[in-house]
Design a protein around this ligand. Sequence first.
Ligand code: SF4
Length: 454
Amino acid sequence: MEGNWNRVLFANLSSGEIWVDHYEPDVWKENLGGVGLGLFIFEKIAKYVAPLSPDNPLVFTVGPLTGTVFPNTGRYSVVSRSPLNGAIAEGNGGGFIGNEIKRAGFDAIVILGAAGAPSILRIGNKIRIEERPELWGKNYFHTEAKLRSEDGSRVAGIGRAGENCISIAAIINDGGRAVARGGLGAVMGSKKLKAITVRGGKEIPLNDQRSFFQVSRRTCDQLVGLTQVNSDKNSSTAYASPVARPSYSLPRKDNDAHCANCVTGCPRAGGLKWDYLGSPEPQTIASLLPFTDGRDFEQIARWNYYLNDAGLDTLSMSKVLSILKLGIHEDGLTPSGGNREDHFVHKVEDIFRNVENGDASIMPFVLEATTPENFPDLLGKTNKKQSTGTNKITSMDEIYNSLIVCKFAKLGIDTLSEALRFSTGLDYSSDSLLASASLIAKRRESLNKKMDEF
Ligand code: SF4
């Protein structure tokens, strides 16, 4: 195989077994990678059990272009059954761990079972499940710093939200990148898996290296001159706010703020004192703005950090807090007294305390906050309506999400199929990519229908 490794790593946390599986070439061509590959693997092994059952698989995937020089392909995808609504949850996250998974020699990592004690899965020269009880109860950034300091691995893991199986828990990686919606962090927590750590270093095998480098170079040149990302900034909700606008700068290409091999940078706030802790994305800024006094933009960055550290999806949590009417007087969005920032943090800490003490009274608010009615476009791919033909996932969305090519780049289907031909040697075309998109959509629909019955 070229472009892909044809290697899917399985780790059963219940039995401690670790093995590698391989599929026929057609599987790779038809399912592309990312979400498409994740749905294929999920369907192959699904037992249609409850989302927090040990038998619910948690599937991490990358794509045929991940880890290569082709630009804006550094993301990764996660698929499982959502604890929010029982439908398929799929999400993707940026940063560097996607590249690392591919360069470790794997196209996917499948987590099965549940560990007896809090554990991590370490992937490097050796692959092993390690019991790490001392990390349980710790928030995400402490966990990432500790694990990175041990061998330089990239990390994806959960905070206390995932540990407590709160159904808006995210999987966080690389200093605040998140696979956010759908509660995939809760699935990870139910398996007592605090984190996966990955260290790669392998070169990806390419079918026609010279031609692949040429199309990659041409695409990079096009993207470097792209004004699209800047126009996205100008039309974003965050940029519309006079509070956010002065701090908002594009593109971001410094430090760890961008994904691996990104040449554009994306709409994130810049120039903040808290930059290095992961600056908020536009939707997060917009969703947290109502809780601020409208003057302190740094406050949003700190709350974004706090929620990422706890391992909570920022958008879902802001919705929950809205429903709880956090500090909102009848006459407006003013705090009910005291320090607004303390109030925000205390409210979230109250929720944690209650959940840790076995009080599940927050869950109805979480469910209310994340119903399709309350969250029409942010619940994304966990919305069961998508399985009934009312979804808004376009064929290009399916292709981007399965090749794990950043949507901000808005790359054309001809460019993508050309790059795929040179990387894999398989006869990809625009038509074959559209056929894959249709196959992937049908598989999601069929999986959701089956899960409706269980
Ligand atoms: S534009 Fe943003 S999300 Fe996309 S690859 Fe670059 S840094 Fe990542």
